[in-house]
Design a protein around this ligand. Sequence first.
Ligand code: ATP
Ligand code: MG
Length: 337
Amino acid sequence: MAEGKRILTGMRPTGSLHLGHYAGALENWLRLQREYDCYFLIADYQVSDYADDWDRVHNSVWEVALDWLAVGLSPDISHFMIESQVPENAELTTWLSWFLPLGMLQRNPTLKAEMADIEAGNKSVPVAFFTYPVMQAANILLPRAHLVPVGEDQLPHIEMTRELARRFNRQFKEVFPEPEGLVGRVPRLVGTDGQAKMSKSVGNTIDLKDSKAVVNEKVRRMYTDPTRLRAIDPGHVEGNPVFMYHDAFNPDKAEVDDLKERYIRGAVGDVEVKTKLAKAINNLLEPIRERRAYYESHSEHVRAALEKGCSEGRAIARETMEMVHDALGVNYLKKGG
Ligand code: ATP
Ligand code: MG
C-alpha cells in the first residue's frame, strides 16, 4: 500500500464502457485500487456536449457504475463518486479559474481537438465545455490526489492541474500535492474503424457489455489491411487494428506471433485471424458479463456503492475546502468582522 497516497480518476457518463477504457484505464485502476486510496469519479458536470440528451447522461451514470463493478472495482476499498453530488467540485472550479490564464486553455491540444469535433457536427461549443479541464483540475485537487491514471489524451489536463497546484501553493499555502499522471498499458486504443481513437462518441467501440454474438460480428467487420485483397497477398501487420487488438487482448503470444508471420507471408486468411481475435476478446469479457448480469439484477448494490462513495467524497471535499477557505482568507464569518 502506498501509505496515505490517494488517486483521483474518472469517466464521463456518456455511454457504457468499451475496450479502450479497459486497456487504457480500468486495467490499471484494478491493480491500483489495492495500493492507493482511490476516488473514482463519474463526471456528470463535464458532459455539456450532451445537453440535448439528458436521458443518455442519466442512464450512463448507472451504466458506468455497473461497468466498474463488472470489471471488479470494489466500492468497499474505493470511493465511487458522482461529481454533481459533491458540489465542492463546482466551488473549487470557480476559485481555480482565477489562477489559470485564458491562453493556457486555448492552447490545450486535447481541448482544441474535442471542440473542433463538436463544431464539425454543426453544434456550438458550450462555455462549460471550454472550461471542463479546469473542472477536471478541481476534481483531482479536491481529494488532494497524488496520482491520476488516465489515457494519453488527458495528459495536457494533468499538466495544467500541476501548474494550478504550484501557483496556488506558492501564492497562498501548501494545500495541494502536485499530482502525477499515469498512462495505461495501451495509451490510445484505435477504434474498430481503424481511423480514430475508440470512443463512445464515434461509434467505433467494442463494449464491455457486448454479447458474444455482437463481439463476433464487430470483429468480423473490423477494418484490416486495405491493400490486401486475397488471403495469398502479403499483408501489413504494422498499423493494422486487428493485430493491435491481438497484441492488446490475446494472451497467447505464440499464437499472435504465428498469425503475424503467416499474414506477412500471405499464408493466412482474415477469417482465421479475426476468429482467433474474437475468441480472445470473448474470453476476456465473459467474467465481466457474468458479474454485470449479477449487478443488473441487484441494482441495490449499485445504488449503495454510489451512496457510500458520494458521502466519503463529500467528507474529504469539505476538509480540503476548509483548507482552501483558510488559505484564501474567505472564511469571513469564522474570522469575525
Ligand atoms: P467521450 O468520447 O464521451 O469523451 P471516451 O470514450 O473518450 O468518451 P472518457 O470518459 O472521456 O471516454 O474517458 C475516460 C478515460 O478512459 C480517460 O482516462 C481516457 O483517456 C480513457 N480512454 C477513453 N478512450 C480510450 C481509448 N480508446 N484508449 C485508451 N484510453 C481511453
Ligand atoms: Mg473523452
